[in-house]
Design a protein around this ligand. Structure first.
Ligand code: GLN
Length: 492
């Protein structure tokens, strides 16, 4: 079969169960596509054909013996921020270019238990800092819709791999938008779960109080299958919540769009820099939801102006602390011929970290230093609480909140945004992480250059099923999520 890459996760599961094709055939098909197409997209940092085929054979044997799970034998790509036993895990950094993880992240381990086949590790901004995937030490990933554009970031490799049909779905992580924004730029569905829903064990930390892993795929249905694997309590992550996860696939029709109250934040649609096409597509999608029975309710989110400064204090502060462990001593990059210990630290870190990571370490260290801690860090934490309260107040009168996922479509590669300009592009996503809420991106059309536009729906705590369900119903009534970039149509 030459079109296995066009099948949804449900179709893959059914095809494997019905012996229409084997996991080996499916895995070989994806490996062939990667070998032929990924040179143009550069979504993978590491491809693992031997392990993948061994896992595929094991999956086929399990199928034969009648012991298979729903996803046994389905391939996946993991963002290179999830530790994978025996396989290089780089976080997009020179610092970890030589790091072979001795253990699996919980998300990866759960994938193995579910029978998923790991095709390889996909590219990302260095330590997940960025919105373009250009800050990766391994070079920029390309947007499958226009190869001279970025796929977004930091989970740009995950998004590009799925959008080019080089993996049926992928894991991502979202600290301030890194699942939703690349999903938006690449025309995919991506879910950032409630903080604590998915284990962070073995997920290399950027900003621990904001980081959350989640699924990236073509549709809400595909995301639901991966959420069923990723979600759940983990004793090894003290911030993982001890509440049973839903069956997200079974719940795909649990929420009706009929009667759904969708909040439209006044402040969000008047942001300077909101592209006219993005605004138009998002408004059209809301109109469609209205036709399907939803009510649009104007709401106030008064703290909007505080999002970017608050996030860009807290995230770098936590990053500066988390990244102290990369000291050239225990693991990771070590400089040549250090003259003493200080020289070893200094040069290992200066040579091992790229400029954006160093910038954030400097900002974070400054904000946490004795003289400025109260003025910056403590203040930012207080504002963070106000941002959270703003959302909770809104959820008293609406079920979900709608927003664009990003003010623009994908940037050109090398558009050389200055750092502050880049940070401003995160306006619609970062508050969700500051508040710990779940949110989803769904593709809702294209701009004048045929680049995808995304709608974001933000839910109250633990409303993943509701978000997936609403998007699932939107996707039953529309076909934006089925559109494929020309490069994904290439056969091998
Ligand atoms: N663009 C944001 C940042 O650079 C978000 C990144 C992320 O979610 N990992 O911090």
């Amino acid at each position: 079969m030459t079109d296995l890459h066009r099948l949804s996760i449900r179709e893959l599961s059914e095809g494997l169960a019905g012996s229409k094709f084997s996991s080996r055939e499916l895995t070989e098909h994806y490996l062939k596509r990667i070998a032929k197409i990924d040179a143009q997209v550069q979504s993978y940092v590491t491809v693992t054909p031997e392990q993948a085929l061994a896992q595929a054979d094991a999956a086929d044997a399990l199928r034969q013996s009648g012991m298979a799970n729903v996803l046994t034998g389905v391939p996946i790509a993991h963002k290179d921020i999830f530790c994978t036993h025996g396989i290089k895990t780089t976080a997009g950094s020179k610092m970890l270019d030589n790091f072979i993880s001795p253990y699996d992240a919980t998300v990866v381990a759960k994938g193995k238990v579910a029978g998923l086949v790991t095709l390889g590790k996909v590219n990302m901004d260095e330590f997940a800092m960025g919105s373009t995937s250009e800050s990766s030490y391994f070079g920029a990933t390309k947007n499958p819709w226009a190869l001279d554009h970025v796929p977004g970031g930091s989970s740009g490799g995950s998004a590009a791999a799925v959008a080019a049909d080089l993996a049926p779905f992928a894991t991502g992580t979202d600290t301030g938008g890194s699942i939703r924004q690349p999903a938006s730029f690449c025309g995919l569905t991506g879910l950032k779960p409630t903080y604590g829903r998915v284990s962070r064990f073995g997920m290399i930390a950027y900003a621990s109080s904001l980081d959350q892993g989640g699924p990236m795929a073509r549709s809400a249905e595909d995301c639901a299958y991966l959420m069923n694997v990723m979600a759940g309590h983990d004793d090894r992550d003290s911030t993982s919540v001890n509440v049973a996860a839903d069956d997200y696939v079974a719940n795909l029709n649990s929420t009706s769009v009929k009667g759904l109250r969708i909040g439209i934040p006044k402040q969000y649609f008047n942001v300077a820099g909101l592209d006219a096409d993005v605004k138009a597509r998002v408004e059209e999608s809301l109109k469609k939801l209205e036709e399907m029975g939803a009510t649009l309710v104007e709401i106030d989110l008064n703290m909007t102006d505080a999002y970017v400064p608050t996030y860009y204090l807290i995230a770098p502060a936590e990053a500066s602390s988390n990244l102290q462990r990369f000291d050239g001593v225990r693991y990771g990059y070590r400089c040549e011929n250090p003259v003493d210990l200080t020289d070893l630290y200094k040069r290992s870190r200066s040579e091992g970290f790229g400029p954006e990571v160093q910038r954030r370490i400097l900002i974070g260290t400054y904000a946490l230093s004795a003289g400025y801690y109260d003025a910056y860090y403590v203040k930012a934490q207080k504002v963070r609480r106000l941002i959270q309260q703003d959302f909770l107040k809104a959820f008293e009168s609406v079920d979900v909140i709608a927003a664009p996922s990003a003010p623009t479509t994908a940037y050109k590669i090398g558009a050389s945004l200055d750092p502050v300009e880049m940070y401003l592009g995160d306006i619609y996503t970062i508050a969700v992480n500051l508040a710990g809420l779940p949110a989803i991106n769904a593709p809702v059309g294209f701009d004048k250059d045929q680049l995808p536009v995304g709608l974001q729906l933000i839910g109250n705590y633990w409303s993943e099923s509701q978000l997936l369900s609403v998007v699932h119903q939107y996707q039953q009534a529309t076909d934006w999520h089925t559109k494929r970039a020309a490069i994904a149509e290439e056969t091998v």
